[in-house]
Ligand binder design. Structure first.
Ligand code: SF4
Length: 261
C-alpha cells in the first residue's frame, strides 16, 4: 500500500543526548511521514514544528540525491515502499547506524508503516512517535530496535484531556518495554512546566524502568518560554525522586541549536 511522505534524507540523530537508547549523534537515514492524528480536526500541540503534520495527502515529497548534501528533488506522493527502499540504499553511507522513522506521526499511516518496516528488516530501525496510538504501536513494535516516545506535557498540548493522552503514551512505552526494545521518553519543557508533572512522569517511567530526556523547548520567536538554568535543575532533581541519575538527561534539538535548520 502506498503512503504519504514529507522527505527522505541523511543526517545525524540530534535529540536525546546521553539518555540510553537515544542514538544521539548516530548517522541515520530519516523517513519523515506526512500527517498526524493530532492535527486532523484540531491542532492541539503548541510547539509543533512540522507544517506537514496538518495533512496526510500532500502532493510531493523531497528526497536528497547525495547523502548529507541537501540537494533535494521533489517526487510525487503517494509513494510505494519499493521506491523508498531503493532511495534508502542510494543514500546509505558506510557510517549508517539506523533508519529513523519520524513525522508528523508515523503510526497514523499504520498500514503503510507495517509494509515499510517489513521491507526494511535489513536495517536497524528507530521510531519517533507521539505515543498516542498504542494499538497501532502494538502492530509494529517487533520491527523496531529503538523508540523515542513523547510525553506531552501540560504546557505542550491544548486539550483538557491531556492526562488521558499521557496515559496512552505510557501504554505505547509499555509495549516497547515488554518487547525488550530500547526506548526512552522525551518531554519538551518550558519555564511553565510544573515540577509535580515531571514527578508524575518519572514515577510512572520508573515502574517501567525507562529513562527520561528532558528537552528544552526550541523557541526562537518567544525566548521568554525557555526555562532558565535553575528551573531545569529543579526538573531534573524532581525526576530523580523516582529515576536514577543514569536514567535522566537533558536534551535540545541540536540542528536548530547549531543553526543547521
Ligand atoms: S504530535 Fe508532533 S507532529 Fe503531531 S501535531 Fe503534535 S508536535 Fe506536531
Amino acid at each position: 500500500m502506498p503512503g504519504y511522505l514529507v522527505e527522505i534524507f541523511s543526517s545525524f540523530q540530534g535529540e536525546g543526548f546521553a539518555v540510553e537508547g537515544s542514538c544521539y549523534g548516530k548517522r541515520q537515514c530519516f523517513i519523515r511521514f506526512a500527517g498526524c492524528n493530532f492535527s486532523k480536526d484540531s491542532h492541539p500541540c503548541v510547539w509543533c514544528d512540522s507544517p506537514f503534520a496538518q495533512t496526510v495527502k500532500i502532493k510531493d515529497f523531497k528526497v536528497e540525491k547525495t547523502p548529507g548534501c541537501g540537494d533535494f528533488i521533489n517526487l510525487q506522493n503517494p509513494v510505494d515502499v519499493e521506491l523508498i527502499l531503493n532511495w534508502i540504499n542510494k543514500i546509505s553511507t558506510p557510517d549508517l547506524h539506523s533508519i529513523s522513522i519520524t513525522g508528523g506521526e508515523p503510526l497514523y499511516q499504520i498500514e503503510f508503516l507495517c509494509e515499510l518496516v517489513e521491507q526494511l528488516s535489513d536495517f536497524k530501525l528507530y521510531l519517533e512517535t507521539n505515543g498516542s496510538l498504542p494499538e497501532n504501536a502494538k502492530k509494529i513494535v517487533e520491527f523496531f530496535d529503538y523508540c523515542c516516545c513523547d510525553i506531552k506535557d501540560e504546557t505542550a498540548i491544548k486539550l483538557k484531556e491531556w492526562k488521558k493522552i499521557v496515559e496512552k503514551e505510557f501504554q505505547t512505552i509499555k509495549f516497547f518495554v515488554n518487547a525488550q526494545k530500547k526506548i526512552f521518553a522525551k518531554v519538551v519543557v518550558t519555564i511553565s512546566t510544573k515540577v509535580e508533572n515531571i514527578e508524575w512522569y518519572a514515577s510512572r517511567l520508573s515502574e517501567l524502568d525507562v529513562p527520561l530526556a528532558i528537552q528544552i523547548v526550541s523557541a526562537k520567536k518567544n525566548k521568554a518560554i525557555i526555562p532558565n538554568f535553575q528551573h531545569i535543575c529543579k526538573l531534573t532533581e524532581a525526576a530523580a525522586k523516582y529515576l536514577t541519575p543514569d536514567q535522566i538527561g537533558i536534551s535540545v534539538q541540536t540542528h536548530k541549536f547549531l543553526g543547521y535548520l
